[in-house]
Design a protein around this ligand. Structure first.
Ligand SMILES: NCc1[nH]cc(CCC(=O)O)c1CC(=O)O
Length: 338
């Protein structure tokens, strides 16, 4: 009988792997990061490996007063974890894929991508189920440029030019506290993060991707290793989820082709049309949608959609690049990361 792991993958029928490893997971210390690292630990332990966590504070966790897009973005959350792996203090790092730069530094790679949680954004507010229910002159708190431009579009559709959007930073608990203290009337957060922390009761409504297109990789966990660690890659292989991996590879390719910067609002979301593929080499149809805007977004957003037959990471990435070129043809600019 094959056992099912906490991550949903099937364990080897024999239980313990032929080679049990001692593994250290480098992790940030936010409640969400720790939950994610514990989740991977449980999966690896169920496979017979011995696993410990190495908690660390990253520069991104320390800078709380400025918008992330202004201080160097995604790399700030992963650098310290990579140094720990370089120095042999850790073997792997678990990331929210949304926070992982499009290009990993030389010597590192993604060993696997796990099955995606809900990729959608959630509306959290004591005032109702969406922007239409906000009181006059209300404030929505978010620092994500993507959420800002998509919310502006929604507010314009509703004729709600009285509603303001103001920057709000901090981890999930901090943002919820600021909402509860009345610093704003509503916030928009990833449904996945709220669910992982058992905070799903705070969700008033989940936006369909047609209303608010998710960020590339939202809801998916990626596991990073030193490129040469084939032993760690083999241990992680059962945790991988191919349909998620191929979909997020396409989403990340959209962002990479546009320069990979997080100082420009970009949404990219891929879904399988019909049955999801069983593994690499089995072709399936992927629909990739993206939206782009200038960072000082004057409406409207540019949008592009591509449907393509995808059989491996290369074809998924090629499809994502076609979406990016669709946006560039309409006037999107390539903005370098940094
Ligand atoms: N940028 C912070 C971040 N990184 C990942 C998540 C949520 C979980 C996920 O997308 O996997 C969040 C919080 C949020 O955007 O509300």
């Amino acid at each position: 009988m094959s056992q099912t792991l906490p991550c949903g993958a099937a364990a080897a029928p024999s239980g313990a792997p032929s080679l049990a490893l001692d593994l250290t997971i480098a992790t940030r210390e936010s409640r969400l990061a720790l939950w994610q690292a514990e989740h991977v630990r449980a999966c690896l332990q169920a496979l017979g490996h011995r696993v410990r966590l190495l908690g660390m504070t990253t520069r991104g966790d320390q800078i709380l007063d400025r918008a992330l897009s202004k201080v160097g973005g995604k790399g700030l959350f992963v650098k310290e974890l990579e140094v720990a792996m370089d120095e042999g203090r850790a073997d792997l790092a678990v990331h929210s894929l949304k926070d992982v730069p499009m290009e990993l530094p030389e010597g590192f790679r993604l060993a696997c991508v796990m099955e995606r949680e809900d990729p959608r954004d959630a509306w959290v507010s004591p005032h109702g189920d969406g922007p239409q229910d906000l009181p006059a002159g209300a404030v929505i708190g978010t620092s994500s440029l993507r959420r800002v431009v998509l919310l502006r579009e929604a507010l314009a559709r509703l004729g709600r030019d009285d509603v303001r959007i103001e920057p709000l930073r901090g981890n999930l608990d901090t943002r919820l506290r600021k909402l509860d203290e009345g610093q704003c009337h509503a916030i928009v957060l990833a449904a996945a993060g709220l669910r992982r922390l058992g905070l799903q009761a705070r969700i008033r409504r989940v936006f369909e991707p047609t209303e608010m297109l998710p960020a590339a990789g939202q809801g998916a966990l990626g596991i990073e290793i030193r490129a040469e660690r084939a032993d760690v890659a083999a241990a992680l292989a059962p945790l991988g989820h191919w349909p998620t991996w191929a979909a997020v590879a396409a989403e990340r390719a959209v962002s990479r082709a546009l320069g990979g910067s997080c100082s420009v609002p970009l949404a990219a979301h891929a879904t399988w049309v019909g049955p999801a593929p069983s593994g690499p080499g089995s072709p399936a149809r992927l629909r990739i949608e993206a939206a782009w805007a200038e960072s000082d977004a004057v409406l409207p957003l540019l949008r592009a959609v591509v449907e393509a037959e995808v059989a491996d990471l290369a074809s998924a990435e090629a499809a994502g690049q076609r979406v990016a070129h669709g946006l560039i043809a309409q006037g999107a600019r390539i903005v370098a990361a940094g």
